[in-house]
Design a protein around this ligand. Sequence first.
Ligand SMILES: [Zn+2]
Length: 404
Amino acid sequence: MSADLLIDGLSTLYTCDPSAPGLGEHRQVSLAFAEGELIYLGPPAHAPDAETVIDGEGLIGLPGLVEPHSHAIWAGSRADEFRRRLAGASYSEILEAGGGILSTVAATRRASRQDLAENGRARLVGLRAHGVCTVEIKSGYGLDPATEARMLEAAWDCGDTVRVVPTFLGAHAVPPELKGDRAAYVRQVIDEQLPRVRHLAENIDVYCDRGAFSLDEALEILSAGKVAGLKLRAHAEQVAYTGIAAAAARLGATSVDHLERLPDADIAVLAQYGTVAVLLPGAQLYLRDIPPPVGALREAGVPMALGTDLNPGSSPVHDPWTIAALACILQGLTVEEAVLGLTRNAGLALGRPELGWLGKGSVADLALFRPPAGEPPDVAGLVQQMAGHRAVVLVRDGELVFGA
Ligand SMILES: [Zn+2]
């Protein structure tokens, strides 16, 4: 037996295998990959020979990280809006004055597919450097059939950088040309955008909130997406409580995201339907918001995933490790919950149970990290210390991406 790639004598590995207890921790272990698969995980003494051998001494291994919630493709700048927010304007006020999402929409409509892909790729290279192998990317800055399709095509173009999971978010805001006529825009999303993009997206998402789409509108759009064969997601209970989290769970959503204003009664519904709660502490920080009810989610057994929510306004955060630290400090997650939030539970949030862990039936994605200076090879140091941890080795589908 010979392998293509051997990671030899890795100090600590966390497989995050759902059948293992905790994070599936191994010490002094070797991993071998051949033909895109993990073919060996065990003691170094029995590991196969390989063409490429990487010494894992002193390093921490994790499954390739999964980013379950990003708006990583956009054009234009919102830095000036940041100045206005610091001067006291609220996110809703900026949105209502045509700023926020709508200013990004104007710039994105002017951008070519190539420009969008180039911008997106530059951000994805940053995420990848931090150990991310898979990135969910939403549309939602086009808000017309042609630009929504162009955004999703640009997302596909970025598949040369990371594994992309594209999500259609036509119901992100009402475009300026239809201001005041939300009903007409809902029709456009369902009758014109959805048929055009259904083969470009894996998921459909809606922004159901005060100042965005109502519960009834959001459910109509998600139901149409379900008929079109897409998996369902929702931006839920962020600014105001609408009831979308529980309603989307009942409709079969794989995840509901944000959840700062999720009440206890609805947490039981998420638990009942196995819906993943995606927490976005970057948005909580930038909007100086309250945390989601993590204690009650934990108690109910709802799986929690973590996303950067990478976007140009409310969460311009490019680093999942910063998100992990913020989730622990601002939201009360444990180190283990934060790690599962960046890996296995993020895969579940995307309805992709093969992502975010290592073992029989998983993808062959691995990220190796050097512990912060002076720290032992323990994942707690990566979560605790905001040092912008970069992977030293990244393997995707059994192939070395970088770090020979
Ligand atoms: Zn979002």
